[in-house]
Design a protein around this ligand. Structure first.
Ligand SMILES: Nc1ncnc2c1ncn2[C@@H]1O[C@H](COP(=O)(O)OP(=O)(O)OP(=O)(O)O)[C@@H](O)[C@H]1O
Length: 211
C-alpha cells in the first residue's frame, strides 16, 4: 500500500467538475511534485488530501481514510496559499507559538530554521515589516517545524530568489533523508527538476501522467 492513495477522486461545484477521475499513489519518503498551469487544480488536490475540502471517491493517508469532518484530518506540516503569520510578532515569536501548541517542537529547531533562512539577522523586526520572500521563508519554516511525516507545500518558491531556492532544495533533501515525505504543488519546472523523485502532471482537474 502506498503512503497516499487517491481513488476516483472528484469534486463538483455548481455543476462544474473542478476535479475528476483522479487515481494516484504517492510513495512514502518521496518528493512528489504536482505540476500544472494556474487553475488546473493543484491546490484543490492538496486540500483534498489534507481533508480540508470534501470530495467524492476515497483518499487514504498512511492507511487511514481521510475524513474532512474530523477536526484535524491529516497531521502534516502545511504551507498552502499565503503563510499564516501573526504580523505583530517577530519571526521567532511566530515559530514559538507553534512550539507552544506542539510539545515535539524543540527551540533548537526554531533557531536552526531561522538561521538557515537568514531570518535571525532581524531578531526584533515584526513580520509586518518583512519582505514577501522573508514571509515565504518563515511560512516554509512553519511547515517544516516539528518534522511531521508529511510536508505539503503549495508554490514554495513564490517570491524566493535563486539563492533561497537553492537553499530550499538542499533543506528538502535533508528532511527527506530524515524520512519525511514531501508533496509539492508548483509551476516552477526548474525547481521540479532539482527536487522531484516523482512528477505528477495536473491538467484540467485531473492527474494526467506520471514520470
Ligand atoms: N471553492 C471553489 N468554488 C468554485 N471554484 C473553485 C473553488 N476553489 C477553486 N475553484 C476553481 O477550481 C479550479 C482549480 O483551482 P486551484 O486553486 O486548485 O488551481 P491551481 O492549480 O492551484 O492554480 P494556481 O497555480 O493559480 O494556484 C480553478 O478554476 C478555480 O477557480
Amino acid at each position: 500500500m502506498s503512503f497516499i492513495e487517491l481513488k476516483q477522486v472528484g469534486k463538483v461545484v455548481k455543476k462544474r467538475a473542478l476535479l475528476h477521475d483522479i487515481n494516484a499513489c504517492i510513495e512514502q519518503n518521496s518528493i512528489t511534485t504536482l505540476e500544472g498551469i494556474n487553475g488546473s487544480g493543484k491546490t484543490l488536490i492538496l486540500k483534498a488530501i489534507l481533508g480540508l475540502i470534501k470530495v467524492t471517491g476515497s483518499i487514504t493517508v498512511n492507511g487511514k481514510l481521510v475524513k474532512p469532518e474530523e477536526p484535524y484530518p491529516v497531521k502534516a506540516g502545511i504551507l498552502i496559499e499565503n503563510p499564516s503569520l501573526i504580523e505583530e510578532f517577530t519571526a521567532y515569536q511566530n515559530l514559538l507559538l507553534l512550539a507552544k501548541l506542539d510539545s515535539n517542537i524543540q527551540i533548537e529547531e526554531i533557531n536552526y530554521l531561522l538561521d538557515y533562512f537568514d531570518l535571525s539577522r532581524f531578531p526584533k523586526q515584526k513580520v509586518k515589516k518583512f519582505s514577501l520572500g522573508m514571509k515565504q521563508k518563515l511560512g516554509i519554516a512553519q511547515a517544516l517545524l516539528g518534522k511531521y511525516p508529511l510536508i505539503v507545500l503549495d508554490e514554495p518558491t513564490n517570491a524566493l530568489d535563486q539563492e533561497s531556492i537553492a537553499k530550499l532544495v538542499k533543506l528538502i533533501h535533508k528532511y527527506q533523508h530524515d524520512g519525511l515525505t514531501f508533496l509539492i504543488a508548483t509551476h516552477d519546472s526548474n525547481f521540479v527538476e532539482q527536487v522531484a523523485t516523482k512528477e505528477l502532471s495536473v491538467q484540467e482537474g485531473t492527474i494526467n501522467y506520471e514520470k
